[in-house]
Design a protein around this ligand. Structure first.
Ligand code: ATP
Length: 364
């Protein structure tokens, strides 16, 4: 187990700051996922925790101990990369036991540890093979097995499933979740795939341009994103954003006029006035599965169906970009796409209000 704490961590490469001030605590035993678009600094953050990079500023502590000057080998962690990095000339068993051999663990004990890890990962029958005789998924299992035998306090995963096909990714995701449930060791996992983040994490850290946008459980990020960036990044298909203007401000509510909405606009709950004034531009966010296809909902919105996608059990309907924005709606149980224009119902309490600087202003 490891409690990892970062305070004021900055990482510069020359004049470029890849991380611009990271404060983060990862509790003992948690499965933490770093997610964000390409180049946001996820791998750099992982490499700093691992000790492969040194922070330009700030401190990293493991269980209260400052890691400055402690090499990766002294941090009691194991890292699994996207490239499996197995030794091609060694058998699976020798690959898995290599770190133990290097640290002088006797052969018999090594064999016990390797057999235990192989059993967890169901690769016992592969122990005598060479890496080239394995599939991609099997190779990644060996790489994970090599990490398990070291009995680390912390596992670090850098996009470990990226080289696998879609089906195998899902299978390995289950296995990683099961591994964490079984070992209860702290895990930090980097991915750009928000579905992977949502399904694996206890806590997700959303990164963007070298800064943390939000830390929270998958449900917190989905239900109460702090800003437009997180709202847009988490959830598939993405949240719909409708552009509007502040028509009126009441003590605990805002009236937003949106082109094309009937009747005229939406009145939504708001904390304070959110720093807004009448006439300001805002965006209303609503997720594709929270728009109603029926006539229900307090407010109705006509939507022209441009194209549809049947995904089995549900259908996504997409509208062309219109004045207020682009729309996608998820319709459970629909098998034949409706033609022409349909009417959507919008529930007020499922809408999010975003200021133009991206802050989410909604109360709920
Ligand atoms: P990806 O999902 O594409 O792997 P990432 O979020 O993991 O992206 P990082 O690899 O952490 O991003 O890189 C963050 C930024 O720092 C990028 O702009 C990258 O070009 C830059 N960077 C990373 N390593 C170095 C380096 N050694 N020298 C210079 N710039 C670097």
């Amino acid at each position: 187990m490891s409690h990892v704490e970062l305070a004021g961590v900055v990482k510069r490469f020359g004049t470029f700051a890849a991380l611009r001030g990271i404060d983060l605590e990862m509790p003992d035993g948690a499965f933490t996922v770093f997610v964000g678009p390409s180049g946001c600094g996820k791998s750099t953050l992982l490499r700093l925790i691992c000790g492969l990079e040194v922070p330009s500023e700030g401190t990293i502590r493991f269980d209260g101990r400052d890691m400055r000057g402690v090499p990766p080998a002294g941090r009691k962690l194991a890292m699994v990369f996207q490239s499996y990095a197995l030794y091609p000339h060694m058998s699976v068993a020798d690959n898995m036991g290599f770190a133990l051999r290097m640290s002088g663990v006797p052969k018999a004990e090594r064999a016990v540890q390797v057999a235990r890890a192989a059993e967890i990962l169901q690769i016992t029958r592969l122990l005598e093979r060479r890496p080239k005789e394995l599939s991609g998924g099997q190779r990644q299992r060996v790489a994970i097995g090599r990490a398990i035998v070291r009995a680390p306090s912390l596992f670090l995963f850098d996009e470990p499933l990226s080289n696998l096909d879609a089906e195998l990714r899902v299978e390995m995701r289950f296995e990683l979740a099961e591994l964490h449930r079984r070992l209860r060791t702290s895990m930090i996992y980097v991915t750009h795939d928000q579905v992977e983040a949502m399904t694996l994490a206890d806590r997700i850290v959303v990164l963007h341009d070298g800064l943390i946008e939000q830390v929270g459980s998958p449900a917190e990020l989905y239900e109460r994103p702090v800003n437009r960036f997180v709202a847009n990044f988490i959830g598939s298909p993405r949240m719909n954003f409708l552009s509007g203007r502040v028509a009126a401000l009441h003590p605990d509510a805002i009236e937003v006029s949106i082109p094309g909405i009937d009747p005229g606009g939406l009145t939504l709950p708001l904390r304070g006035n959110g720093g807004l004034k009448v006439g300001d531009s805002v965006e209303i966010g609503v997720r594709p599965d929270e728009l109603l296809l029926a006539e229900g909902g307090a407010v109705r919105l006509p939507m022209k169906v441009e194209f549809s996608e049947y995904i089995g059990g549900a259908m996504y309907l997409h509208a062309p970009k219109q004045e207020a924005g682009r729309l996608t709606v998820r319709c459970p149980g629909v098998q034949a796409p409706p033609n022409g224009t349909i009417t959507l119902g919008i529930e007020r309490d499922r809408c999010h209000v975003f200021a133009m600087d991206g802050r989410r202003l909604s109360v709920t």
